[in-house]
Design a binder for this molecule. Structure first.
Ligand SMILES: Nc1ncnc2c1ncn2[C@@H]1O[C@H](COP(=O)(O)OP(=O)(O)OP(=O)(O)O)[C@@H](O)[C@H]1O
Length: 229
């Protein structure tokens, strides 16, 4: 489990996170929802220890962040970090050289799943295929948790559908995923847990299936209630 406990973050005098707490379980997809600039990426950066916090703590499987946290959690950014002149095969080799958690078998399976060719250059990939490669490079690591910043943003419907499919496949099963979005419509059916953010705090944290069953409400219904109060 990832436990985010009362984290606070200021950039200069600007308070971005003002006591954010939530949990994300293994085997579930947790979605951080909030408008642009609410601090979603800052939260993911904090979980990866990429940004120092002013207050609060983050535990992964009960342990404070430490140098071994990176064997448990990985961050899939919204832009590709590989060099444009690399081929997909080069990028995969690079990951294999750097991460002992790299799982080549899963990487090969993901290539097939996304119907991508190893010989293709990073520079020549479409936006949708770039997003898929980004995802492949993260999902091929044997880690418990995956953090994804806006994995569906700016890509066409067919790529979005293919990416959504991977979330419901064995390639993600059993792992914990935290995704951020400001647009929930397309992915509502994938999400187990929702964390609604505004003004540096969590307005509501809920299990989407429970709310659907017990109250007959969709994630969007709950968002309307919470944000338009
Ligand atoms: N390194 C930084 N220095 C100063 N301000 C920053 C820095 N990083 C983020 N911010 C500010 O903190 C706020 C939260 O940014 P963040 O990127 O976490 O938001 P977000 O919810 O992910 O937004 P988006 O949906 O646009 O990606 C924004 O106002 C941003 O300008």
């Amino acid at each position: 489990m990832i436990e985010v406990k009362d984290i606070k973050k200021k950039f200069g005098r600007k308070k971005v996170l003002d006591g954010v707490s939530f949990t994300a379980n293994k085997g579930e997809i947790t979605c951080l929802i909030g408008i642009n600039g609410v601090g979603k990426t800052t939260i993911l950066n904090a979980i990866m220890a990429l940004t120092p916090l002013n207050k609060g703590e983050i535990l992964i499987n009960g342990e404070k962040l430490n140098k071994h946290s990176f064997e448990k959690v990985t961050f899939i950014p919204d832009a590709i970090t590989m060099l444009p002149q690399m081929t997909i095969a080069d990028a995969m080799q690079f990951m294999q050289d750097f991460y002992k958690t790299w799982n080549q078998e899963r990487a090969t399976e993901l290539l097939g799943f996304f119907r991508l060719e190893e010989t293709e250059k990073i520079a020549s990939l479409s936006k949708g295929n770039t997003a898929k490669i980004n995802l492949l490079l993260g999902l091929a690591l044997d880690v418990d948790f995956l953090l994804m910043d806006e994995p569906f943003s700016g890509i066409d419907i067919f790529s979005r559908e293919q990416i959504a499919e991977v979330f419901t496949s064995h390639l993600v099963e059993g792992r914990g995923v935290i995704i951020t979005t400001h647009e929930v419509h397309d992915i509502e059916h994938l999400i187990d847990k929702v964390v609604l953010l505004d003004n540096g705090v969590v307005l509501k944290e809920f299990n989407s299936e429970e709310v659907r069953e017990n109250e007959g409400k969709s994630v969007v219904d709950v968002m309307r209630e919470v944000y338009h109060k």
